[in-house]
Design a binder for this molecule. Structure first.
Ligand SMILES: *Cc1c(COP(=O)(O)O)cnc(C)c1O
Length: 330
């Protein structure tokens, strides 16, 4: 990836003539079946460009309580766009109920914000949302005149998990998920392992609007091809290996399953949640610093989150299992 970055031909992307940025944008648009794409500096900036392109001041978007573009982005759409969220509770499988979505769509009445957009996320908390659900929810939204957006920061992890079930090609599964939506945002900097950036896909008209918002957000970057080349490399070489991250997360889960005081979820992708229960909770404050001194990074307190990625190998997983097991034995 470093070599690809060093070798990237560069231009000025503010003028649209950086060949490496254009290559990345054309590649992801073709891969996911969209007319156009836009390279942005982060997933947060991508979602901001999306919401401000689909919605005007006084509009609202329907979104799950746990969605990144509602809960984890500093309320950006409200701050910069005067767009209000209409958050809904998730079902136990992380979907939103179709009845709840329909009930949240406001009638055309001066009392209400105008409901314009349904935003979904896949994977959400490392969980794959069923494709049948995505199809139904987006069809419902479209039948009511709403636009639909997928925060697919981890779209290729979702596609990898889906491909393990259907046996189809990961890229085809990514395209099948994306095809439900008017716009899709993908993080290059998560499981795909690039240092910076996300790509946003949509119609030519939508991307031209998002491009204007990106400019307003200060997201126009000049010789950005040096970063885009990392993204192109990630799409070429880091998609097919995601299955390894999923297998290692599974391996970690199995290795921790019998440690007393831990309740271990079954991971579907590369994110593993582990709850501390009973007396193990008392030691939660010491646990993360202990893991860090052993070279293992996790987040959380009573609910730990471990993520596997391209810099974690099988030996690292064994080391993590051994360290955590010995911590709770001591
Ligand atoms: C990480 C993430 C984002 C934001 O990406 P940044 O590049 O960190 O701004 C958005 N949505 C989801 C689902 C994410 O996981």
């Amino acid at each position: 990836m470093r070599n690809a970055m060093a070798a990237a031909p560069l231009g000025d992307d503010v003028f649209g003539d950086d060949p490496s940025v254009n290559t990345l944008q054309e590649k992801i648009a073709a891969l996911l079946g969209f007319e156009a794409a836009l390279f942005v500096s982060s997933g947060t900036q991508s979602n901001l460009c999306v919401i401000l392109s689909h919605c005007q001041r006084g509009d609202e978007y329907i979104v799950g309580q746990f969605a990144h573009c509602y809960r984890w982005e500093g309320g950006g759409a409200a701050v910069f766009g005067s767009v209000q969220p209409q958050p809904l509770q998730h079902q136990p499988d992380r979907t939103l109920s179709l009845e709840d979505i329909e009930a949240a769509i406001k009638p055309d009445d001066a009392h209400f914000a105008r409901t314009r957009l349904l935003a979904q996320e896949n994977t959400l908390g490392g969980k794959l949302l069923p494709i049948e659900y995505l199809q139904q929810a987006t069809q419902l939204a479209k039948s009511k005149g709403l636009a639909t957006h997928l925060d697919g920061a981890r779209l290729f992890n979702a596609a990898t998990a889906q491909s393990a079930v259907t046996g189809r090609d990961v890229r085809k599964e990514a395209r099948r998920i994306a095809s439900c939506f008017d716009s899709v945002s993908v993080c290059l900097s998560k499981g795909l392992g690039a240092p910076v950036g996300s790509v946003l896909c949509g119609s030519r008209e939508f991307i031209s609007s998002a491009h204007r918002i990106r400019k307003m957000a200060g997201g126009g970057m000049r010789q950005a091809g040096v970063l885009a080349a990392a993204g192109t490399h990630a799409l070429d070489y880091h998609v097919n290996r995601l299955i390894q991250d999923h297998i290692l997360a599974q391996w970690l889960a199995e290795g921790l399953a019998n440690v007393p005081g831990l309740r271990v979820e079954v991971p579907q992708t590369n994110i593993l949640f582990v709850d501390l229960v009973g007396s193990a909770k008392k030691r939660s404050v010491e646990l993360l610093p202990y893991l860090k001194t052993n070279g293992i990074l996790a987040t959380g307190l009573y609910r730990l989150r471990f993520v596997t990625h391209l810099d974690v190998d099988a030996a690292g997983i064994d080391r993590a299992i051994a360290a955590i097991t010995s911590f709770f034995k001591a």
